[in-house]
Every structure is written in structure tokens, then in C-alpha cells.
Design a protein around this ligand. Structure first.
Ligand SMILES: [Zn+2]
Length: 143
């Protein structure tokens, strides 16, 4: 499942992703420096700084994050179900499954919120660096 991409250096063709990786879309530096020739390659269409994103892109990112919260919550819940079913001695009843579902959702939600907050904080820290801003301007990635 998922789309796999192999990003290559536009100057020398060396793989920037080290082969095929899952298609990504994230908060981070909008360029990747080639390990082989040092060319800065833009991947701003996939990954860029939070402050450089338009509100539509930010919204899309948050919607995808919400979907992944659900996806991981389901996976965690399944794990809980296996554990509950495995505890034959204890009768948890239907309430146990409700608690397990709520806990799974909470764990998944907190994990994702913390991750996104960390990525945004790190992004804003980078953007607070004048040398980094100058580099982005020289690359034509920021005003
Ligand atoms: Zn290169």
C-alpha cells in the first residue's frame, strides 16, 4: 500500500532518498542537499516549513494527520482486543471494549498532536535563524 518515490538529484542523478521510500508529505526543510555533489534540490512540493505553507496546505496536512490518528487508533484497539480476549480469567464485559477504544483513540491522538507540535516548533526554530532564511531566499524558496 502507498506510493513509493525515489527522489534523485537534478544535477547528478544520485538518489536523495537512498532508494524508494514511502511517498511523504511533511513539515521540514524544503530542500535536500545531494550527498554526492552538494546541489540543493527542492522537494518543497512534498515537504516545507510550516511558516511557508498556505492555509490550504496546512489544513490538508491536519486532515491527513486526523485520518492517521483514526488509523493508528484502530490498530491499537485491535491489539487491546487481542489482549482482552487473551485474558480468559478476567471478565471485562462490553464496557472493557469501550474503555479500550477510548484509550486507543486517546493514545493515538496524543502521540500525533505531540509529533506535529514538535515538528512545527522545530520548523519555527529553523525559520528564526537569519542565515537559514537567507539560504531559502537564495534558493528562491522564501521571500
Ligand atoms: Zn547530486
Amino acid at each position: 500500500m502507498g506510493v513509493y518515490v525515489n527522489l534523485r538529484c537534478r544535477s547528478c542523478g544520485t538518489s536523495l532518498t537512498g532508494g524508494y521510500v514511502r511517498d511523504y508529505s511533511a513539515i521540514g526543510e524544503p530542500f535536500v542537499e545531494c550527498r554526492s555533489c552538494g546541489t540543493a534540490n527542492s522537494h518543497a512540493h512534498k515537504c516545507t516549513e510550516w511558516a511557508l505553507m498556505g492555509s490550504f496546505r496546512k489544513a490538508c496536512l491536519l486532515v491527513r494527520a486526523a485520518l492517521s490518528v483514526l488509523f493508528y487508533a484502530i490498530a491499537i484497539f485491535m491489539l487491546f482486543v487481542v489482549i482482552i480476549v487473551g485474558m480468559k480469567d478476567m471478565d471485562v464485559g462490553p464496557g472493557g471494549f469501550v474503555v479500550a477504544a477510548a484509550a486507543a483513540l486517546l493514545i493515538s491522538f496524543i502521540y500525533r498532536v505531540r509529533q506535529i507540535r514538535r515538528l512545527i516548533r522545530q520548523s519555527n526554530e529553523r525559520m528564526g535563524n537569519p542565515a537559514y532564511q537567507m539560504k531559502l531566499r537564495l534558493l528562491g524558496m522564501a521571500r
